[in-house]
Design a protein around this ligand. Structure first.
Ligand code: ATP
Ligand code: MG
Ligand code: MG
Ligand code: MG
Length: 469
């Protein structure tokens, strides 16, 4: 059975054999790209190659790219623990053509790798195309011999890929694997497509447009290819598993979590272990790439993910900080492919240990408050915004952590009430500042700071603000 490490190599070797340059993953924090918080796909480091701003000494590339999807246009934070296929951190395997080959070669490459090198039975695969893309549909029919009912036309943005609010984009074709009728879910485009029976494994994007900040879309100077396949998803499939979290690599992390918390990896705390394993990867890789926990911007996204994981460890009964103790297992699994983990190991461990030590000082009391608040609520009701704000302000619970905790009990959180409480506190702070006898200048400075702060604060969970981070 191939390990995830083997599968990564098979992919890169296949495309290297087919004339592609093997390029390293870029760091998670995009260089010189204010429109994006974290690399969320393989194309990010090649953005300028698609737009023609930059040329390199190769026209075909292949990568295994570190991705984090915990904010902005692609946000999977709330899916973790609930679906079989989503992580906040994952590796995206990709092949790229910069004005070189297009649909006619990209589709046969993908089909050959999947059905020959990976030996996946053809009758378990189906594809989607953008509804107007007759060309792609015809190529699939010819190359793969797929019947029309296995080439599904999708009219929505699911088949028009965009990195973020701006940038190169285009129609795409996606390849799905059918995990069989024991698992709930319908084919893409159907009413129950969100189930996990038909799992999207690979997306081939036909890069041909650029979306601009003013809302217009123009053609790119040339037609290019950008593909992305989740290593964990293809890994699950090739290891005969349905669930990403049952792959060798994720399983090792789940077992480390179970060991560190003296609990059963498959018992009632199963979801907690999955979340911890996932968040261990995203937080460790972010720290290795230079992000440190803070109260704004990227650092706050990191802090939110860390604290979410720490609450899950607490739910498993952990009496002491846990996360830093899992780092060696991660380094064992992934330090070979990503040496930055080895180099950063001490920093990662110390950052996790300090943050968890600090957060644990208020976590117990915060959770007690949360318990008291929810005890009077019935299923489907919402935790009052004022309580969520107190948890945020006094106990250091990011809003989404409170939502995550409430969701376990079938409850929502009144986010409007939370926002109102936040606004009220800011107004109070402003009033006391104005009343302190400072000059008008100070009030202006305060406004600026608040504006700036607000931009950063919104940046990780609203689409429009992502461009301002
Ligand atoms: P989904 O519809 O399942 O959320 P997606 O359409 O958002 O996936 P793409 O943006 O097309 O995903 O990314 C390309 C590939 O990366 C996907 O086909 C999948 O294999 C993988 N992938 C995407 N998001 C995740 C994730 N959160 N965790 C693991 N793999 C992912
Ligand atoms: Mg998605
Ligand atoms: Mg999709
Ligand atoms: Mg997709």
């Amino acid at each position: 059975m191939p390990s995830l490490n083997d599968i990564r190599s098979t992919f890169l070797n296949f495309f290297e054999r087919n004339g592609h340059r093997v390029v390293d993953s870029s760091p998670l924090v995009p260089r010189n790209d204010p429109t994006l918080m974290f690399a969320n796909s393989g194309m990010v480091q090649f953005k300028n190659c698609f737009t023609g701003v930059e040329t390199r000494d190769y026209k075909r590339a292949t990568t295994a790219q570190k991705c984090v999807r915990a904010g902005g246009k692609h946000n999977d934070l709330d899916n973790v623990g609930y679906t079989a296929r989503h992580h906040t951190f994952f590796e995206m395997l990709g092949n790229f053509s910069f004005g070189d080959y297009f649909k006619n070669e990209a589709i046969p490459f993908a089909w050959e790798l999947l059905t020959k090198d990976f030996d996946i039975p053809k009758d378990r695969l189906l594809v989607t195309v953008y509804h107007t893309d007759d060309e792609a549909a015809a190529i699939w029919k010819k190359v793969a011999g797929l019947t029309d009912d296995r080439i599904i036309r999708i009219p929505t943005n699911d088949n028009f890929w965009m990195m973020g609010p701006t940038g190169p984009c285009g129609p795409c074709t996606e390849i799905f694997f059918d995990h069989g009728d024991k698992i709930w879910g319908g084919p893409p485009g159907s009413a129950d497509e969100d189930g996990d029976r038909f799992i999207e494994i690979w997306n081939l994007v036909f890069m041909q447009n650029e979306q601009h900040p003013d809302g217009s879309m123009t053609p790119l100077p040339s037609q290019s290819i950008d593909t992305g396949m989740g290593l964990e998803r293809i890994g699950a499939l090739l290891q005969g598993k349905h669930d990403n979290y049952d792959t060798d690599l994720m399983r090792a992390l789940i077992e480390a979590s179970a060991h560190a918390t003296s609990s059963d990896p498959d018992g009632p705390g199963k979801t907690h272990h999955r979340v911890i394993a996932d968040h261990l990867r995203s937080t460790s890789f972010l720290i290795a790439d230079g992000v440190m926990p803070s109260n704004e911007g990227r650092g706050y996204v990191l802090r939110r993910i860390m604290r979410r994981a720490m609450r899950h460890a607490h739910q498993l009964g952990a009496q002491d900080p846990v996360m830093h103790r899992l780092v060696p297992a991660l380094v064992r699994q992934m330090g070979g492919a990503y040496p930055e983990l080895q180099r950063g190991q001490a920093l990662i461990e110390e950052t996790l240990r300090l943050e968890e030590t600090r957060f644990r000082q208020t976590l117990d009391r915060g959770l007690k408050l949360l318990e008291d608040e929810v005890s009077g609520l019935g299923e489907g009701q919402a935790l009052p915004g004022a309580a969520a704000f107190k948890l945020y302000d006094t106990y250091g619970f990011p809003l989404d952590l409170t939502q995550d905790a409430a969701r376990e009990k079938g409850l929502a959180v009144d986010t409007e009430g939370f926002d109102a409480a936040m606004a009220e506190q800011k107004a109070k702070a402003r009033a006391s500042w104005a009343g302190s006898g400072e000059t008008k200048d100070a009030a202006i400075w305060f406004d600026l700071a608040e504006q700036h702060g607000a931009t950063e604060f919104l940046g990780y969970d609203t689409e429009t603000a992502e461009g301002q981070v």
